[in-house]
Design a protein. Structure first.
Lengths: 170, 369
C-alpha cells in the first residue's frame, strides 16, 4: 500500500498534527457548499462568498472539536491527533450506521478505499442531538497510520474481500 | 366550473416552493398531485443537503420537506392529493380525476412542476424481479422500511446512484458493486468516498450484460467497456439479488406539450424540456415550469426555481409590483447561480442559458411569423 500524500487548503501540516487534535478537511472538488464554515465556533474554516471554493483551514485556530464533521454533507472532514503518548494517534470520522461501535472495542481500521490498515481501539463514540444522527467515532491507532486510517470495518459486516483489479475511480 | 387563480401541478420541492411563494404574495393557490402524500422525492432524502445556509445546507432532505409542508399549511394553500391531471385545454381548463370520475377546474395561471421519470436500461434478464430503478429501491428503504434485497448491484455512479447505494448500506444491504460505463465516477467524490470507505467496489468502464436467475435475480454478469464497447473475454459474474439502475432521468413534459408549450432538446439536462425564459415562463404565457421538468438538476435548484415561478406568477396576476418582483427574482437568481457554479454546476448553468436562448429565438420567430 502506497502512502498517500494529501495536499489542499484543508489539510493541516505534520507539525500542527503533532501538537494535538486538528481537523483534516478532505474536500477536493468545487462543490457549491459551505456549512463547515459556519459550523466552526472558532472561525477556523473559510469558504468565502464563492461557495464552490475549497474550504481553507486555519489550523492554528482549530482545536479539533469536530463540530464541522457532523455538518459536512459529504462526510469529508476528519480529525487527527498525533499528540498521544506511546506513538499512538487518534483519528475521528463521521459515522452514520447502526449498530455503533462500542468504546473500548478492538476493531479493524481501514483506509479511504475500505482496505484494512491496522487493528485499533475505539477510544470514543460521540452522539448528540446537535449532530442530527451523525455520530463521531474516534479510534486509537499506531501513529504512523494517522493519515491512512479513515474508517473501520463496520460491526456486523464481514471482512473485506481482496478487491484486486477493481478500479478505485481516481 | 371551479375557478382558481394559480394551479400548480406537482407537490414536490418545486411545486410546494412555488405555492408558498405565490401564497405569501396573496395569490389563491391550489396544488394538485397524483400521489397520496405531498413532498415528491424529498421525504426519501435522508441525507444532509449541500449548498449554503440559504439553501438549507447540512439539513436532511426530509426535514426540508416537513418545513415546506408546514409553510403550505400556515399559508392556507390548498393541496389536492391522489388526483392525476389528465389534460389541460386552451383557456386553462384542467381535467383531473380519480376512480370516482373526472373533475374540471379553470386556472388563470398554471405552474407545471411534474418532475422527471427515471430512465431504464434494457438487458437480458432486466424484467426479472429484483431489477428496479434506484428511486424505487430508495422508496422501499426510506419510506416503507423494506429492504429490496441483501446484495445489490448499482448501475450508474451519478449522485443518485452514489446516494442510494449509501442509503442501502445504511439500511443493511451489501452493495456488491457500483457499475459505471464511463471511465470515471459521475457524481461527487465525497459521496463516492463514503462508499469506498465502506469497502464498496467501483467497476468503472463496465456495464451489466445480463441478470441471471430463473424466477428472480441470482447473479449479474458484468463486462468491461472500451470506449463504451464491450470487450470480449472480460465478462465476470457477481452473485446478487438486486440490480438498481441510476442511469439518469427524463423530464415529464406531457402536460406541457398539451398546453402548447414548445419543447427544446437539452442534452445536458435530460432531454426534451419546455423552452422557458429567465422567469420560468414557457411559450404559453399562462404556463410556468419549475424543477426537473425544466431540466434535471436537484432538489435545491428545484426549490429556487419554484420560488422564481411562484414570484413570476404572482407578478403576472398583479399581486406584486414589477419592482418588487424584480428584486425578489434577482435574489433568487443569485442563489441559483451559486448552486450552478463549480466543476459540476457550471455545465448546468450553460445548459440553462442554452434553453433561454432557444426560448428567445422562438419568441422572435413567433413575431416574424
Amino acid at each position: 500500500m502506497s502512502k498517500q500524500i494529501l495536499e489542499g487548503p484543508g489539510i493541516p501540516s505534520a507539525e500542527r498534527r503533532a501538537k494535538g487534535p486538528v481537523a483534516c478537511i478532505e474536500c477536493f472538488q468545487q462543490i457549491p457548499c459551505n456549512p463547515c464554515e459556519e459550523a466552526c465556533p472558532r472561525g477556523a474554516i473559510t469558504v468565502g462568498d464563492e461557495i464552490t471554493s475549497l474550504p481553507h483551514l486555519d489550523a492554528e485556530k482549530c482545536n479539533g472539536c469536530g463540530l464541522c464533521m457532523t455538518r459536512c454533507p459529504g462526510l469529508a472532514i476528519f480529525t487527527v491527533d498525533e499528540s498521544c503518548a506511546g506513538d499512538r494517534a487518534r483519528v475521528s470520522f463521521p459515522y452514520e450506521y447502526v449498530p455503533l461501535p462500542e468504546k473500548g472495542q478492538e476493531i479493524a481500521c481501514t483506509d479511504r478505499e475500505g482496505r484494512f490498515v491496522t487493528e485499533g481501539t475505539v477510544y470514543q463514540v460521540r452522539t448528540s442531538k446537535a449532530f442530527d444522527h451523525t455520530a463521531i467515532v474516534t479510534v486509537e491507532i499506531p501513529k504512523e497510520y494517522s493519515m491512512e486510517v479513515r474508517f473501520i470495518r463496520r460491526p456486523g459486516t464481514e471482512a473485506g474481500e481482496d478487491r484486486g483489479e477493481v478500479d478505485s475511480g481516481e | 366550473m371551479r375557478k382558481v387563480q394559480l394551479l400548480i401541478v406537482g407537490a414536490g420541492p418545486a411545486g410546494l416552493s412555488a405555492g408558498i411563494e405565490a401564497a405569501r404574495a396573496g395569490v389563491q393557490v391550489t396544488i394538485i398531485d397524483e400521489n397520496l402524500r405531498p413532498g415528491g422525492q424529498l421525504f426519501k432524502q435522508i441525507h444532509k443537503f449541500f449548498g449554503s445556509r440559504v439553501h438549507n445546507a447540512g439539513v436532511r432532505g426530509f426535514r426540508i420537506g416537513e418545513k415546506l409542508l408546514q409553510d403550505t399549511k400556515d399559508l392556507g394553500v390548498e393541496v389536492l392529493l391522489g388526483y392525476p391531471v389528465y389534460g389541460i385545454f386552451p383557456g386553462g381548463e384542467v381535467v383531473y380525476g380519480t376512480a370516482d370520475g373526472a373533475h374540471q377546474m379553470k386556472a388563470e395561471k398554471i405552474i407545471l412542476a411534474t418532475g422527471a421519470n427515471e430512465n431504464n436500461l434494457y438487458f437480458e434478464g432486466s424484467t426479472l424481479p429484483g431489477v428496479m430503478t434506484a428511486g424505487a429501491a430508495q422508496t422501499m428503504i426510506n419510506l416503507h422500511h423494506v429492504l429490496p434485497g441483501k446484495r445489490v448491484i448499482m448501475v450508474g455512479s451519478g449522485n443518485v446512484g452514489l446516494i442510494v447505494s449509501y442509503q442501502l448500506l445504511q439500511a443493511g444491504a451489501k452493495v456488491e458493486a457500483v457499475v459505471e460505463a464511463a471511465p470515471s465516477i459521475g457524481g461527487y467524490g465525497v459521496h463516492a468516498g463514503k462508499l469506498k470507505r465502506a469497502g464498496v467496489p467501483f467497476y468503472l468502464s463496465h456495464t451489466v450484460r445480463r441478470a441471471m436467475g430463473s424466477t428472480e435475480v441470482e447473479a449479474v454478469e458484468l463486462v468491461e467497456l472500451d470506449h463504451f464497447k464491450p470487450v470480449p473475454g472480460t465478462e465476470k459474474i457477481i452473485e446478487a439479488d438486486t440490480v438498481c439502475m441510476a442511469v439518469g432521468l427524463t423530464p415529464m413534459t406531457e402536460l406541457a406539450s398539451l398546453c402548447g408549450c414548445e419543447l427544446v432538446e437539452s442534452r445536458g439536462l435530460g432531454g426534451l424540456v419546455p423552452a422557458h425564459d429567465h422567469n420560468m415562463c414557457t411559450t404559453n404565457p399562462d404556463v410556468y415550469i419549475a424543477g426537473d421538468i425544466s431540466g434535471v438538476e436537484e432538489a435545491s435548484t428545484a426549490m429556487e426555481e419554484g420560488r422564481l415561478a411562484g414570484t413570476a406568477a404572482a407578478e403576472s396576476l398583479g399581486y406584486i409590483s414589477e419592482a418588487e418582483a424584480a428584486e425578489k427574482k434577482a435574489e433568487i437568481h443569485r442563489r441559483l447561480d451559486l448552486l450552478r457554479s463549480g466543476q459540476f454546476g457550471a455545465k448546468r448553468a450553460e445548459a440553462k442559458a442554452e434553453i433561454e436562448k432557444s426560448f428567445a429565438q422562438m419568441q422572435r420567430g413567433g413575431e416574424v411569423g
